[in-house]
Design a protein around this ligand. Sequence first.
Ligand code: GLC
Length: 639
Amino acid sequence: MNQAALHQLLSLKLKKKNSDDLFELRLATNLSLLKDLFFTIYDKEEDFHSLLQKLTLLYKKRPSHLKEQDIARLGQGNWYQSENLVGMQLYVDHFNGDLKGLEEKLDYFENLGVNFLHLMPITTRPKDENDGGYAVNSYTKIDPRYGTQKDLQRLTQKFRERNMYLMLDFVVNHTSDEHEWAKKAKAGNNDYQGYYYTYPDRTVPDMFEKGLPEVFPETSPGNYTYIPEMGNWVMTVFNSYQWDLNYTNPKVFLEMLTNLTALSNMGVDVVRFDALAFLWKKMGTDSQNLPEAHHIISLFRMCLQVIAPGTILLAEAIVAPTQILKYFGEGAKKGNECEVAYNASLMALLWNSIATKKTALLHKSITAVPQKPDDCTWINYIRCHDDIGLGLDDTYIQELGWNPQGHRKFLLDYYCQRTDWSPAKGMLFMYNPKSGDGRITGSAASLLGLEKGITTKDKELIGQSIAKINMLHGIILSFGGIPLIYAGDEIGTLNDYSFLKDTAKKEDNRWVNRPQQDWELIETLEKGVTPQSKIYHTLKQLISIRKNTPVFADKNNLILQYAGNEHILVFERTSSSKKGVLVLCNFDDNPQVVDGSLLSKLNYLKDQIYHDVINDNTVTLNSGFLELAPYQLLWLKQF
Ligand code: GLC
């Protein structure tokens, strides 16, 4: 049982207690874990006392309506695992101008069935390059281009009225070089220089560099930047204007806890812990996923749980599958780190399956990942604002008889316009000609052939790309966890090349997949049968089916099967009390068959007759072969 479950139990048992008493109880319940975690990283008693005082202070500042919501949520169990949640990620300015503009579009989300929003960073940032707001000047001041604190407050109030959830970023690893701490450090203030990793010369940086990979080798090579005003080198793992925070300094933890709580007090339900794998640095290592980083995350989690138990954490750890699992917490920290993590492996494997038209690597890799803790869940997604990294496991690639380097080259060729025959129109991101490593950018629709299909007026290609988009959406909607649709993908938005004309963006081609929402096109969705309206209406239908399929809630009830056809992905969502669903997808551009009798023997659901809920047909499994059209998705529900 994790700490959250203990709090749920306590608040149910002690229903009549008031909110302040429950706070004291939560503190008492988490105290020994807090102490253990704190003293694993820090050593001064006085700092621990400061932390305890801070918890009370921060709790007092929490608005009363959110305190009430916290208690109500404790009574609801794991709300984030429900089949009712469907998310969308968006840039506020690209979506509809600002926060007020977003508020005007709440009906749009409701209509589609979206009730969980991830808004990209909205706080102040440097004027020019700012990594899409991930270089933060402040953790709490809303950038005037988006609106005001008041606008955000009103928006979150509206969210609560409509039972919508909000996710915002907590850029926990770094600030911009214009943050007030960085400014004070530049001005020579020693205390604030200690908030970052600063060095008078290259001795330590050079030793560190030996183990450190580069995140943006093309635009920001190396991991340190010389700051002339300060006369020091500062650690900048991401861009040169993003300074890494020094968590060996307890003051940094305490200040960041204040910022985290302020975010939660703005009415945020899920806090996205940005780039959290990088929180601790150790010479001789790659300074990612270190045990100390996990201690810090768990310490944040245990503190916020005492102050604001209704707010949960998402791990943005785009790392190897076995490493991702660790962000749910291990050992004493099991279930006590982040409740949610991005399923980056599934995302990369889906793109691999599209390019190879085969599902073996997906099957092998997913089945090899140990089960996550029951109280945790995934964000399942196809595209987001970032690049697609080829985070595939070389061992499994080799087991399939492929050469890992050759296979990665094939994927980059396929997606990044390095072959004529591929339908994809992606771009190469951070390509290293020496190693051949690179990542992929581009919108889902352009990567899946819609852009090429439209420009070459190739009807077959257009049809195929629509089917692929629908199938991938269908997978993330039925795989368990929170499906997160990237704004624009619901209408098959193509690449946006306008970034090439903007000096602050042109070096970073992730902007090709950060388009403006096309409201004119949206107006036409009901009028004609266009590719965009087909994508939109299918997605809407799939969302509505998901919400009426309780077995799609995440109860660790997914079983991957192999149905004897390498092009077909099969998985089951099972339940002892609810109707199960068999999901089948054909990744090939030819029709493919599965042996119905084999399938009925494989499956846990052990039924012969199913309801095809997407096409409203009856499917009998033992009557010979079941045929799937190219890129067809089937959701077969038990009768
Ligand atoms: C995360 C964000 C990415 C950003 C990076 C640095 O990975 O998703 O967009 O560049 O963090 O903050």
